[in-house]
Design a protein around this ligand. Sequence first.
Ligand code: 6PG
Length: 236
Amino acid sequence: MKPDIRVFPDLTSLSKSVASEIDVMITRSAKAGGKFTLALAGGNTPRTLYHVMAEDYGSKITWGNVHLFWGDERYVPPNHPQSNYRMVREMLIDQTSIPIENVHPMPTNYPDPEEAAQAYEKDLRNYFRSEWPYFSLMILGIGPDGHTASLFPNSRTLEEKQRWVVTSTSTSEPKKRLTLTLPALSNAEQIFFLVSGLEKTETFRNALSPTVNKINCPATKSVVTCWVDQDAAHLL
Ligand code: 6PG
């Protein structure tokens, strides 16, 4: 699918535009009487977005209508500095009135990450009660190597067609991860990629090339709207 690419001067203006768009989507969903199922990315780029969502829309959004999920998680305790859950809790959850039962973090308290992956899949299946999860919005980043969520290039996890959640191994610490699989990630009404910084320039340009797409750059398998700062977009 040809992505819609929106370029911004910097991460702050990019994040403010994304937050405004998400507010519109949640409001539309609430008016239609539906739930807004939002799957969140980890890492650094979306921190600004989550902060802006809390600061500019925290008291406006009908949080009872929103359910939060994670696209991936580092296999560390929920209060660990590198936990994606902790980052979202600090930037967003603690600043809003979202009911705790609407927050669906990936569990990282099982001795075996494989058990945690199966438990999260069970949680998602209980929530969605359908053949595949269906997210109103999937927010994703792109790593310098082209990975998205914790689906890394050349990894077996890219071939998974049945499961919704699997374990994966990162080259950077924390190595052990949980991640939604490609079919699960791709089942979203809208998919936003947030890409910022000069270190993403090459990756982002490659991720858009049809040739690379055929190889195995997971981030390109379901690009819908790319929200990019001019540093990351300057080779386009
Ligand atoms: C994670 C993310 C990961 C991230 C990319 C980009 O757990 O780290 O989910 O997929 O989106 O690595 O990370 P930055 O936003 O920090 O560049």
